[in-house]
Ligand binder design. Sequence first.
Ligand code: ADP
Ligand code: MG
Ligand code: ZN
Length: 513
Amino acid sequence: MIKEWVIGIGVAVLLFLAFLGANVLPLFFLAALAVGFWVMMERRTAVPAVSRDAPVKHQVSFDQIGGQDHAKRELMEALDFLRYRDRIKSLGIRPLKGILLTGPPGTGKTLMAKAAATYTDSVFLSAAGSEFVEMYVGVGAQRVRDIFRRARAMAKKENKDSAIVFIDEIDVVGGRRGQFSHQEYDQTLNQLLTEMDGMSTTTTPLVLVIAATNRPDILDSALLRPGRFDRQIRVDLPDKDGRLHILKIQTEGKPLAADVDMEHIARETYGFSGAQLEALVNEAAIIALRQDKKEITQEMFRDAVDKVLMGEKTGRRPTEEELQRVAVHEIGHAIVSELMRPGTVSHITIAPRGNALGFVRQIPESDRYLYTVEQLKQQINVALGGCLAEELHYGNRSTGAQNDFVQASSLAGTMVKCGLSRLGIVDEEHLQESVLDTEVRYILSEQEKETRELLRPYKDDIANFANFVVEQESIDGAVFRDWLEKTVQPAVKERVAAIPMLPPHTGEVGLNA
Ligand code: ADP
Ligand code: MG
Ligand code: ZN
């Protein structure tokens, strides 16, 4: 509209100047140039702003995804309707329009969606929920329309029968309408639903929507209705075998030293996601580079695990006195850990890392999903071991055990909520805060007494060993076990049953915090 007006006025002015007898030729050229430039700019800005929908150049296959056997199988099954369309049609099966991948970050949901595109020979377009959120009302809905239109166009251009539209973080736009969202998101969500409802399941190209979220609980129920995302696939943190598989994929082609024991690393990395394992391998390689080595050794992997778990080594230099206290504290954790479950201390470190001044890393014996009351109590003991060793040695405690107490309290809370405390079976919803509190405190004080007794026989030896730890900075589990074996009290040994451990204990907050 404005364009027409400006051109009109421009022409009128030129004609008027020409009428007055001025030389208008240069002016005329200038005007033509300006109009051409304007039109070009407009074309450019009209390109939709959805950014990550360029065709994926390198293809991801299901073989490059470690672990996740169950999720992979389910996804492949669901995808077969795209691969065997004729059979699906002859059986009168309603084809799938949407698949929802749920699970924690970094477990490979994006990889799965990409692999799905490769597997079904579809074009792949992706966008994240947050990209649909704009200041201006209606832009989100417009972008949704756009991506579907582009998916069809791209499939046609590349001569493919199907397109996969991947929407990451769908919870950003797909939160329960009116509850976890505001109006702009609602419009975007409505547009997505409209697109999916309008998607024909018979014409070519077929469009399949794969969405990912780690908050399926907050999704609007309209999204999960039949004909929309009616297939949900859980993509969980990998178990030990899964981690081993991912580590093997991630280290492929990297120069590993002969001493590298992947089994061991997989065992040590309980709770790691695929993305964390990828980061771990990368960190190990960086350590090799820094040390100017040609191969990645087991020790580099061990340091890399520490780095991924606890953060980068900090330049903080605690005083000699603080170092001694941290050593005593960590030895406390380590003794209790070894007494409860021999062979679980991977190493003890007093080099500050992240916001921890020191830590003991435990090797989980195996991945576990269920814990008995004994196991929970033992893990509380391990958490309390640090400050109680300080108390035993110095006669006082420090601020360094804050994290331990959070952990111990949470374990005790779990005990109560799971009906494993004196209260017996409880309904978590109707459990009074004060009742929970009292019971948690009771559990902690009982375990405190028990742990104090476990540590008492080591009172004098702790000091000697702490000096050694301060000297060495980092002590291997095997060295620690040797020492413990020499000082171990038969009476204590007898009282301890061999029971598996919980996930690794993580470090302390700063002593000066
Ligand atoms: P999500 O989408 O679940 O957050 P991604 O698929 O984006 O996770 O994973 C991020 C990166 O982590 C991947 O590019 C890959 O390097 C690594 N990764 C995650 N899960 C796996 C897995 N199961 N197998 C191999 N690599 C993985
Ligand atoms: Mg992702
Ligand atoms: Zn501690």
